[in-house]
Design a protein around this ligand. Structure first.
Ligand SMILES: Nc1ncnc2c1ncn2[C@@H]1O[C@H](COP(=O)(O)OP(=O)(O)OP(=O)(O)O)[C@@H](O)[C@H]1O
Length: 313
C-alpha cells in the first residue's frame, strides 16, 4: 500500500458563529489525485487554509507524511465541545462504563478526569506552523486568484520557488545565494519550464502571459519548491472549456512527470471526474460523501446539494 501523505483528522474551523469546516476527516495517498468539491461557501478553501497552516484549527489534527504538523488549540472557543484528540469525550457518544460499586458522582469525576487528561495531553504542545514552514516541509499550494510576482519574468517567478524550498525565508531566498547553488537552481528552473511548456516565454513578464499559461506558471512555481503534495485551489477558475481540457491534461502530466500527489478544489466537474481517483464532498462544512467519481456522480445527496446545480454556480 502506498504511503499516506496527508491525513486530516477531525478538523474543525469556526469563525464566530460559522462552523466553516465541521469535523473533517480526509486522507490522500502517495500518487493520488484527490478532489475536494462542494457548493460555494462549503468550506473547501478553509480546509486548505487549515492544512497549509494559514489558520490554526479550532479542533483537529493534520498529519503530513506521518508527522503531525497542525494540531488543535485546546484553549480555542470550542474547547468544551472538542478539545483534545477524542471529541467523543465531549459528546453524548462517550460512554464510560461504571466500575462495580461506583457511585454516579465518582463516575462523573472519572469522566471529568479523562477529559482533563485529554486536554492536558496537548497543552504546551500546540502546533501551528506558518505557511512558509509548511512549504519547507513539502506542501505547495496555488490560490483561487493567481498570485504571481507581477513585475518579474516567468523565469524569476519559478526561481523564487526553488529558493523558498531551501530557506523558507523570502529575504534570504532572494539575496543569500552562493554561486554554485544559484547555477544549479537556474538549471533546474530551465528544466522545469521545459516540462511545463513555458520555455519559449521564460523572459517575458509573468502578467503578459495569457490566463491559462499564468495558471501553468503558478503550478510550475509551486513545483519548484519540490513538494510531496501539491494543493490546487480552483486551478480552472475562469477558464473556457478548451483551456479547462488543456489544464486537465496538464495536471495529469504533472502527476506523471513529477510523481506528484495532488489535492485539488474545483468546480469544473469534467476536470474533477476525469482526473481524480477519489472525491470528497463538503456541504455547509460537513463531509456529505466520499468515493470514486462514479460513486459521487450517483450519490443522491451530492446530486441534491451540488451536482444538480450548474457547474459554475
Ligand atoms: N476568515 C474568515 N472569517 C469569517 N468567515 C469566514 C472566513 N473564511 C471563510 N469564512 C466563511 O466560512 C465559510 C466557508 O468558506 P470557504 O471560502 O472555505 O468556502 P469554499 O467552499 O471555499 O467556497 P468557494 O467555492 O466559494 O470558494 C463561508 O461561510 C465563509 O463566509
Amino acid at each position: 500500500m502506498s504511503e499516506r501523505v496527508l491525513y486530516v483528522e477531525n478538523a474543525t474551523m469556526q469563525f464566530g458563529g460559522v462552523v466553516a469546516v465541521d469535523n473533517l476527516n480526509l486522507e490522500v495517498y502517495e500518487g493520488e489525485i484527490v478532489a475536494l468539491i462542494g457548493p460555494n461557501g462549503a468550506g473547501k478553501t478553509t480546509a486548505f487554509n487549515v492544512i497549509t497552516g494559514v489558520y490554526a484549527p479550532t479542533n483537529g489534527r493534520v498529519e503530513f507524511c506521518g508527522r503531525t504538523i497542525v494540531r488543535n488549540h485546546p484553549q480555542g472557543k470550542m474547547r468544551k465541545t472538542y478539545a483534545g484528540m477524542n471529541p467523543e469525550l465531549y459528546t453524548g457518544e462517550y460512554k464510560l462504563e461504571p466500575l462495580s460499586g461506583e457511585s454516579d458522582e465518582a463516575l462523573e469525576s472519572r469522566r471529568a478526569l479523562e477529559r482533563q487528561r485529554d486536554v492536558d495531553a496537548f497543552t504546551g504542545r500546540v502546533l501551528s506552523p506558518t505557511p512558509d514552514q509548511v512549504t519547507a516541509l513539502g506542501m505547495a499550494r496555488t490560490f483561487q486568484n493567481i498570485r504571481l510576482w507581477k513585475s518579474q519574468s516567468v523565469f524569476t517567478n519559478v526561481l523564487i520557488g526553488t529558493h523558498l524550498r531551501r530557506t523558507s525565508n523570502l529575504f534570504s531566498a532572494t539575496f543569500r545565494l552562493n554561486q554554485k547553488e544559484e547555477r544549479a537552481q537556474r538549471e533546474k528552473v530551465e528544466h522545469l519550464l521545459d516540462i511545463v511548456g513555458l520555455s519559449d516565454v521564460k523572459d517575458e513578464l509573468a502578467t503578459s502571459l495569457p490566463y491559462g499559461r499564468q495558471r501553468r506558471l503558478e503550478i510550475a512555481r509551486a513545483l519548484a519548491t519540490e513538494p510531496k503534495l501539491l494543493l490546487l485551489d480552483e486551478p480552472a477558475a475562469g477558464m473556457n472549456p478548451q483551456e479547462t481540457d488543456e489544464l486537465t491534461e496538464f495536471i495529469g502530466r504533472v502527476r506523471k512527470e513529477f510523481h506528484m500527489t495532488i489535492l485539488l478544489i474545483e468546480h469544473h466537474m469534467d476536470l474533477v471526474m476525469d482526473i481524480s481517483e477519489r472525491i470528497y464532498v463538503l456541504d455547509f462544512g460537513k463531509l456529505i460523501a466520499q468515493g470514486t467519481p462514479a460513486e459521487i456522480q450517483n450519490d443522491q445527496r451530492v446530486i441534491d446539494a451540488y451536482l444538480g446545480v450548474s457547474e459554475d454556480a
